[in-house]
Design a protein around this ligand. Sequence first.
Ligand code: NAD
Length: 477
Amino acid sequence: MQLHYIANASVPSVSDKTLPVIDPSDGKAYDEIQRGNAEDVDKAVRAARRCLDSVWSKLSGAERGRLLMRLSQKIGEHADELAAIEQRDCGKPTKQAKADALALARYFEFYAGACDKLHGETLPYQEGYTVLTWREPHGVTGHVIPWNYPMQIFGRSVGGALAAGNVCVVKPSEDACLSVLRVAQLAAEVGMPAGAINIVTGYGHEVGDALARHPGIDHISFTGSPTVGTLIQQAAAIRHCPVTLELGGKSPQIVFADADLDAALPVIINAIVQNAGQTCSAGSRLLVEESIYEKLLDRLGGAFENLRVGPAAMDLDVGPLIRQSQQQRVWDFLSDAQHANIPMVAQGQVVDDAPQTGFYQAPTLLRDVPVTHRLAQEEVFGPVLASMSFRDENHAVELANATHFGLVAGIWTQDGGRQLRMARRVKSGQVFVNNYGAGGGVELPFGGVKSSGYGREKGFEALYGFTTLKTVAIKHG
Ligand code: NAD
């Protein structure tokens, strides 16, 4: 039985209620988490405030940095344990779970080094004045995170917030809490002061909503769906609490005829099958120049047919989806495709020994998807790649920008001028040229435009969002 983690102690919920933890590989419950409520959130926020006022705000940047570095090292030592926890909780193949644990360690390492490097400026002003700016932490920050990359998103969000001098109350997804609860324990073991990291588990409409509305929360980082992003924004707006929103995407991979297809193909496949397509930055739309459309789909189709899907512990190309409702969501999209006569090019295969009760979905490649169809507009959040062809550069830009999202774009071309023109014209928070995702890129600011959200996490840029700027004008004659 898992408990909340508040002020460096495991505590049961005030409600005395629990929720089951389901293994997506076989659909069976194997543990329980606390079903928290507003009272639990209140306890965590108070613990965080006490920590901020009595300990955390008194530490220098260098002291905070040493703590975060010790946590990074501890996570590294426990990477296999954390990966095993995440694997069972989220259905991640071993390679992915291990990569996530190492990325978590890397976030704390990066932000450890940043703690004592966040400074203001002196500004030129009138004769007789000295004007300074200071970057001050918001105070108690709330973090509502999703189930697809719990460790990574915890690392980037909590790592950045702590580095900037804030303390944290975290609400993980009800579908994936276990790894972050363990990380909070590891943080206590390396000397993290009680109340700097607090975790309250439970449903979004209960715990997440209470966190967004709590008057003691000074900033909210939300990573999740656009729909819940709106609810968080509305809840926070009542008391003008600043919010960072990392929402979804329908990111295009744009392939021109002069692209190096040998380099592009494995990356395009990985960008849609990684984490079973449950990635906000999944390259879920494939836009291909007409003259190579047939050739590329032919090669991709062959590769899709070789993809194998099965239990997380088998460490195949693709693991299960997170839960039954997510599986149903993907099936609904595919049945819509069938009704709209959208051709299926190829599908991977679920292995025979995958339990019938697991939440599996074979990677699926679709072609000629109309730009207005929901398969080209909405996040499937499963391993489904929607492809279409374009005539020329202008048409490619038009298709790329024809959704409400704008998170990431991939551009594949050898033409240097076109690389830059496309990078400028595509509306998204990140653009990758002849690569996609840059291997995670802890150092690279990440976030969206349009319905993909606003504000940036990752990299040094995130620290600006976790602080507020104070201007001090001194008149001294
Ligand atoms: P979700 O929006 O359903 O849930 C995210 C979190 O919000 C969970 O912790 C959930 O419990 C909580 N929540 C739900 N209802 C709430 C409410 N009324 N008030 C407060 N909190 C509430 O998203 P999900 O299904 O967990 O994750 C998938 C979505 O997340 C996708 O849309 C994906 O694109 C997005 N995502 C975005 C990024 C990014 O960085 N841009 C990263 C990962 C996932």
